[in-house]
Design a protein around this ligand. Structure first.
Ligand code: PEP
Ligand code: MN
Length: 361
């Protein structure tokens, strides 16, 4: 299903040269800090926009909450000094008004704001009649519709230079990330909104300097349109997000090492080989679906048998046996046990659903 968004062609406003790079400090801390960082960034000539947080939505009170409105001028002046457009986060209508007054060039809605339709609508209303780029970060919860809804609200206000920022999701299963990337969500967003540019924010996904290069490369391999990476001329002394901010030089190294792969290639031999391999995959998928169907037929038969003999659906011992033998087999043939377990869980849920239907016939 496609979502109707009225978006200006990204080449016209984002960048004809991909990826679009936004960098700068997590928070604007002082006039000197943002200017020094901006100059170091501009020296390397690799970034397209300068970022800096002015009002910081902190998880706990008594952390640094940003310098407030005075910082807008520092950010704007730093941008002017190095010839870069500037971007900051807005969470309320009054933030939007202050940013427009200060000549901020681009805005984004943060992850903690994107979860709340009232706040997003308030921001959208304040943006009516304005023609600047606005990005919407994914809400902290992995809810694609909430993300799309926030984008629709901003778009309906007349913002056509619209983009999304993927910054990861709050999750119990962090696997070493600050915010779990759950790549399937931005991929689904891309499928539903093909014209919408999506920028990745590896800093807030990683939460640590070491992971930023890896996440950035992954974003490029998924054909995302840009990166937003936090940088600070002296990251160890940063007032927020110390662990994930990197120096402009470090950013430069990461960007230099990025591999931008082609999305398509005009080479007959490559295309033919790809088509041949895809034909094999098509056949395998057909087999898999047919086997799922065969399996389900058996499940139904067993369901009838259980019903006729008055036996409960869930047989824990049998389920444990299935899990054990199938994951052992997976391991033997070089598949991750975790992967097979996830698939078995889905199959098992469907089997229980079918047998419940049979029982109640
Ligand atoms: C930020 O970009 O500094 C920020 C607060 O990010 P997020 O909304 O993704 O947490
Ligand atoms: Mn931050």
């Amino acid at each position: 299903m496609k979502v109707e968004l009225n978006i200006e062609e990204k080449a016209n406003w984002l960048s004809s040269k991909t990826p679009f790079i936004i960098s700068g400090p997590c928070s604007v801390e002082s006039e000197e800090q943002v200017l020094t960082t901006a100059k170091d960034l501009a020296n390397n000539n690799q970034i397209n926009a300068l970022r800096g947080g002015i009002w910081k939505p902190r998880t706990r009170p008594n952390s640094f909450e940003g310098v407030g409105e005075v910082g807008l001028l520092w950010l704007k002046n730093a941008g002017l000094a190095v010839g870069l457009p500037v971007a900051t986060e807005v969470a309320k209508a009054e933030h939007v008004e202050a940013c427009l007054k200060a000549g901020i060039d681009m805005l984004w809605v943060g992850a903690r704001t994107a979860v709340n339709p009232f706040s997003v609508q308030e921001i959208a209303d304040a943006l009516k009649g304005v023609d600047i780029p606005v990005f919407v970060k994914n809400p902290v919860t992995p809810d694609l519709n909430l993300w799309i809804g926030a984008l629709e609200r901003i778009n309906a206000a007349g913002i056509s230079k619209l983009g999304a920022i993927h910054r990861g999701f709050t999750s119990h299963n962090k696997n070493g990330y600050r915010n779990a990337p759950m790549w399937e969500l931005p991929i689904d967003l891309k499928i539903q909104c093909p014209s919408l540019p999506i920028i990745c924010d590896p800093s807030h996904i990683s939460g640590s300097r070491e992971l930023i290069a890896k996440i950035s490369q992954k974003a490029m391999d998924l054909e995302m349109d840009g990166l937003m990476i936090e940088s600070h001329y002296n990251p160890d002394e940063a007032k927020s997000d110390v662990a994930q901010q990197i120096t402009p030089n470090n950013l430069n190294n990461i960007l230099n090492q990025l591999q931008i792969r082609r999305s398509d290639i005009d080479n007959k031999e490559f295309t033919n080989n790809l088509e041949r391999l895809r034909a094999i995959i098509d056949e395998i998928d057909e087999d898999i679906v047919n086997q799922f169907s065969n399996r389900m037929e058996m499940v139904e038969k067993i369901g009838e048998y259980k019903r006729d003999n008055d036996v409960v659906i869930l047989q824990l011992e049998r389920w444990e046996h299935i899990l054990k033998t199938r994951t052992e087999l997976a391991d033997k043939v070089g598949l991750s046990a975790d992967y097979i377990k996830k698939i078995l869980d889905i199959i098992h849920q469907e089997s229980i659903r079918i047998q419940t239907k049979v029982m109640n016939k």
